[in-house]
Each structure stands twice: as structure tokens, then as C-alpha cells.
Design a protein around this ligand. Structure first.
Ligand SMILES: Nc1ncnc2c1ncn2[C@@H]1O[C@H](COP(=O)(O)OP(=O)(O)O)[C@@H](O)[C@H]1O
Ligand SMILES: [Mg+2]
Length: 290
């Protein structure tokens, strides 16, 4: 079992902006979803965990080893798919993986070759080993990103917003791949897509404004909202009135009719009960004052 233990972690950037505020999380094997809107601080947290930037305070332990003091320890065990992979070079998939494998210290030539070929197979790119990576589609690039992250058998894999920009089919394929690899390693998935977390993750946290607002098992967090989510079609002009008496967690147009969904401990008059979903957990968490 691998463990990542984040304790009272804070990060203030050079311009004085505090992007991470006293975060503590314990993460074990399996898929962990870090869910939050744009600007929440997800990438800041991911980059700090992988050692690209040092926190201002707090501790980070991977398998009991202090990885702020020993960043090499996490680097040796890490696969990272950053949000911005940068520019893809005009080299073939195979050659780029070979280059990255060498950087990761896979020095044995045969071992390198076997691993690259089996990874390309795993991510469904076997037919494109000689194709230049910069010509790949978005989905192919992301699957290539996973292949490079998996080189060297990492014990912790961090993927930052990997499905943003993928079409539904590519997203499905990518998610299936992540699910397959998360058995014996830690996979941290950062995303703003509630559905990906619901489909894949056994543990999750909601992050906003640099803080962890809620954490736990998605199913349990959803069950906490049983009989607390209600909806009603309203007229546009009533929105403000409802907003002042109820905690509106979402509003939605259904066939041009405005429906509001509210959180309420008691059954509000003329509302119908709604079966809670993870998106209700998410929006309810985000509407609460920190
Ligand atoms: N290098 C930096 N210097 C100053 N502020 C930064 C830097 N990187 C990110 N930020 C700010 O930190 C906040 C969180 O950004 P980020 O971690 O990228 O969030 P997310 O990945 O959840 O969208 C944003 O307000 C962003 O502008
Ligand atoms: Mg980000």
C-alpha cells in the first residue's frame, strides 16, 4: 500500500497570492478525485506534490519519506501528466517515449524497448508508434501523456485535468484506461468535471479558494444529502425571491422552463424531492461560506 500524507500545506506565490491554504489530506492506493472550479488551486497543489515548487509551510510524506527534503524520492516513483504539457515536439511517439524513459533512468535497452511497446499497446497507440506526436488528436495526446507517465512503473500517478477538451468517446476511453491502472498505485485525478469523479474515484475532495472544503467517499457524501435536495420550476422573475429564502444550488433550463434545485433540511412547500447526485454535493459545498 502506498500513502501520500499532506499536512497543513500552504503555498504563497512570490506576488503574495496564497494559492494553497492549510491543506491536509491522506491518500492511499486507488483513484482520488480532486474536484474544484477553475482557479481553485488544483494545479498549484499538484505541482507542489510533484516537487515543481516548494510549499511555504507544511509537510508532504510519500510512503513515510519527507519529499520536500527528498524531492528525488517522489520523482523516482512518480508519473505526472501536467495540465499544460507544453509544445509537442516533431518526433515520433516511440522516440519521445525513449527520450523520456532515458530521463527516468531506464538504462537497459531491451527493458526500455519492451516497456515502451507494451505501454503504447496499453494506451491503444500501437498503430502510431512512428507517427509524430504533434500531429496526434487531443485524445491521442492525452493517452500518449498517460504512456509517458507510466514509464518506469510509478507508484503514484498524478493527472491534472486530463479530460478537458476531449470528446465524449475519447473521454470514456481515457477514463477506462485510468481505471485500469489504479489498482495498485495512487492515482490523483484533478478535474472540474463531477461526472469523472463519480465514475472513477473511491475517495475525493472538493477544493476552492485554496482550501479543501469537503472530503470523503462520493457515495457517502451523496447519501448525506438524502431528503435534502428539492426542485421546482419557477418563473424567471421569481428567482431573486427564491434566492433570498432558499439555498439555490443549481438552476437549469429544461425545455425553456427554469428549474431551481435547492438544499433544504426540511421539505419546502411546492417543491419535489430530488434523488441526490454528486453534482449536488459539489454545488452545495461550493455555495457554503468558507
Ligand atoms: N505562478 C503563480 N503566481 C501567482 N499566482 C498564481 C501562479 N500560478 C497560479 N496562480 C494563481 O493561483 C490560483 C489557483 O490557480 P491554479 O492552481 O492554476 O488553479 P486550478 O488548477 O484549480 O484552476 C489562481 O488564482 C491563479 O491565478
Ligand atoms: Mg489547473
Amino acid at each position: 500500500m502506498n500513502t501520500l500524507s499532506i499536512n497543513n500545506l500552504s503555498l504563497t506565490y512570490k506576488n503574495g497570492f496564497q494559492a494553497i491554504k492549510n491543506i491536509s489530506l491522506d491518500i492511499k492506493n486507488g483513484m482520488f478525485g480532486l474536484l474544484g472550479p477553475n482557479g481553485a488551486g488544483k494545479s498549484s497543489l499538484m505541482k507542489t506534490i510533484v516537487g515543481l515548487q516548494k510549499p511555504t509551510s507544511g509537510t508532504l510524506l510519500f510512503n513515510e519519506v519527507d519529499i520536500i527534503k527528498n524531492p528525488d524520492y517522489i520523482k523516482q516513483n512518480l508519473g505526472f501528466l501536467p495540465q499544460d504539457f507544453g509544445v509537442y515536439p516533431k518526433v515520433s511517439a516511440y522516440d519521445l517515449l525513449e527520450h523520456i524513459a532515458l530521463l527516468k533512468g531506464i538504462t537497459d535497452k531491451n527493458q526500455r524497448k519492451n516497456q515502451i511497446l507494451s505501454l503504447l499497446e496499453k494506451v491503444n497507440l500501437s498503430d502510431f508508434t512512428k507517427k509524430e506526436v504533434h500531429t496526434f488528436s487531443g485524445g491521442m495526446k492525452q493517452r500518449f501523456g498517460v504512456a509517458q507517465a507510466l514509464l518506469g512503473d510509478p507508484k503514484i500517478i498524478i493527472v491534472d485535468e486530463p479530460t478537458a477538451g476531449l470528446d465524449p468517446e475519447e473521454r470514456n476511453r481515457f477514463n477506462t484506461l485510468l481505471n485500469d491502472i489504479s489498482q495498485d498505485v495512487i492515482v490523483i485525478l484533478s478535474t472540474h468535471l463531477v461526472e469523472d469523479v463519480r465514475n472513477l474515484c473511491s475517495e475525493m475532495a472538493v477544493m476552492n479558494h485554496g482550501q479543501i472544503l469537503r472530503k470523503g467517499n462520493p457515495g457517502k457524501l451523496i447519501a448525506e444529502l438524502d431528503n435534502k435536495i428539492w426542485s421546482k420550476p419557477i418563473d424567471k422573475t421569481e428567482l431573486e425571491t427564491y434566492g433570498s429564502s432558499y439555498e439555490i444550488i443549481s438552476r437549469q433550463l429544461l425545455e425553456r422552463e427554469l428549474h431551481i434545485t435547492v438544499f433544504s433540511e426540511e421539505s419546502p412547500k411546492d417543491f419535489s424531492s430530488v434523488t441526490p447526485l454528486l453534482e449536488h454535493v459539489y454545488f452545495h459545498t461550493l455555495t457554503q461560506k468558507p
